[in-house]
Design a protein around this ligand. Structure first.
Ligand SMILES: [Mn+2]
Length: 498
């Protein structure tokens, strides 16, 4: 029996708790859980606590239009089962109440020990995504509960700055699951700001400093949406090639990050700034992150969080190399020679998956890749589940095929969808095994500094190598530079005699 069914079967009276200072994500997560519990014959109530009641105009509107019975409580009598959503029981952002049994559903970094009823997936952009994924797998009828779906969509929408910071393929899957009541979402979306918050935005914008070529702006403590809103404005400033807007937020600093040039991808800047002191992610132009004060104090005792952040923004700009394919001066000839191991990889015929001509989108952990189904195009599946299209001619000269199916050791099995019909298929049933033919040699070296490689065929993205990853080029063409992830490098290459 699944965790959720089990919890509900054993407890017919459930208390679902949102975090203090609730947001749309925690409210939507509690709402779907309450509706699901009721569909299973259990009764549930939704509560939140903390120092203040909800005042944000969009949230008041959300509670009203979906008729969500969210109760503010100062105290809560001991209950049998307490479920916290979008937060972790015992953490600083949720008031602690007594209960016989605790369950947790969240998508923030884990702050509590693991347990049988603790479900935390920090790869997801919203807790709404987590709840939707769990509850749809229980066979819940979303068609008959459109209000719940609209609430979840809005939860995801607000936690990802209007879907612009979708992190995980499941976030995208939720955003496309069913038609949404867009006029309603639009109304909610345009009730974001109170007059007081407009003043916070004004204060933030007047605090801007230029660090190297990146704008750094500090906001008074505010809702993350206000940060995102301010950073959307700062992004458009000519002198800023990127910007970082931040404020103090529940035991740390909350960051909103934007990029305006090819040389900076917002998600990499977010990851760099928060490395080992928090978490960060997003996409090319927009990203978000969080730095924990406790981690900063440990990593840099005596340094204020503001100075720490400033130093990170500075060092990001000084600590990576740029490599432009076709015009670099890297000395590959002096690097070690490596042979590509003949280990099995996966491949799939695009026309086995969809009919010829279909426009397809491949959803992978690295993002979406678009291509058309054609007899001349195959998909390659790497040892870690990475997917990329390859021309049939190139494939035929490089690989021998086997009849076995292929299953990589991947966290997320790639999904392909027809962009017109929306039909989605898992790649696994179509994948077969192939083995690299002949000997492929590359010159490669370990990176001592973070490096960005700009290829000639992608004007928007670059390959990002962290120190410790490998930079490589085929023995036959030193202009075809690429980065190989350290783990994948050791799995797929071995040192060759010079
Ligand atoms: Mn959330």
């Amino acid at each position: 029996m699944t965790l959720l069914k089990n919890l509900i079967n054993r407890n017919n009276n459930i208390v679902i708790q949102c975090h203090d200072v609730p947001d749309a994500d925690t409210i939507a997560s509690a709402f779907v859980l309450m509706r699901y519990a009721k569909s299973q014959g259990a009764s549930a109530r939704m509560v939140y606590s903390g120092r203040s009641k909800v005042t944000k105009p969009n949230l008041l509107l959300m509670l009203k239009v979906f008729r969500i019975p969210l109760e503010y409580v100062e105290d809560l009598p001991r209950c049998k089962l307490l479920v916290t959503v979008d937060c972790q029981y015992g953490a600083g952002n949720v008031r602690r109440f007594d209960a016989d049994e605790i369950a947790v559903f969240d998508h923030h970094s884990p702050e509590i020990p693991e347990g049988p009823s603790i479900v935390i997936n920090q790869a997801l952009g919203s807790c709404s995504t987590l709840m939707w994924d769990i509850i749809r797998k229980e066979g819940f009828n979303f068609e008959a509960n459109q209000d719940v779906f609209n609430a979840l969509y809005y939860g995801l929408f607000t936690d990802t700055s209007g879907l612009s910071e979708l992190r995980h393929p499941l976030d995208r899957d939720l955003s496309e699951f069913m038609p949404v009541n867009w006029p309603l979402i639009k109304r909610l979306k345009n009730s974001m700001l109170s007059k007081e918050e407009l003043d916070v935005v004004a204060g933030t914008l007047s605090s801007s400093r230029l660090i190297g070529e990146i704008g750094l702006l500090k906001a008074a403590p505010c809702d993350p949406n206000i940060l995102g809103f301010s950073s959307d404005i700062a992004q458009q400033v000519e002198q800023f090639n990127g910007c970082v807007v931040y404020c103090e937020y529940s035991g740390g600093l909350k960051l909103s990050i934007r990029s305006s040039v090819r040389e900076i991808m917002a998600k990499d800047l977010a990851e760099y700034i928060t490395r080992s002191v928090g978490s960060g992610g997003g996409n090319i132009e927009k990203a978000g992150g969080y730095i924990s004060l406790e981690c900063v104090n440990r990593a840099a005792p005596g340094i204020s969080p503001d100075d720490f952040l400033r130093a990170r923004v500075e060092s990001y700009q000084n600590n990576f190399d740029l490599v432009y394919c076709g015009s670099h001066n890297i000395d590959f000839t002096s690097m070690n020679l490596y042979r590509k191991l003949r280990i099995p990889l996966g491949y799939a015929h695009t026309t086995d998956i969809f009919t010829e001509g279909a426009q397809m989108s491949i959803r992978t952990l690295e993002g979406d890749i678009d291509t058309a189904a054609s007899p001349g195009t195959y998909l390659m599946i790497g040892v870690s589940g990475e997917v990329y299209p390859i021309k049939k001619d190139r494939f035929d000269e490089s690989y021998d095929t086997l009849d076995d199916s292929y299953l990589p050791e991947a966290d997320y099995m790639p999904v392909v969808s027809d962009k017109v019909t929306g039909i989605k298929k898992t790649l696994h049933p179509f994948s077969r095994t192939c083995i690299p033919r002949g000997d492929k040699f590359v010159r490669a070296a370990e990176l001592s500094r973070d490096t960005k490689v700009f290829s000639s065929w992608d004007a928007e993205k670059y390959f990002y190598g962290k120190a410790g990853d490998y930079i490589a080029a085929p023995e036959t063409d030193f202009n075809d530079v690429y980065i190989i992830n350290r783990d994948i490098f050791f799995k797929t290459y071995s040192k060759a005699d010079q």
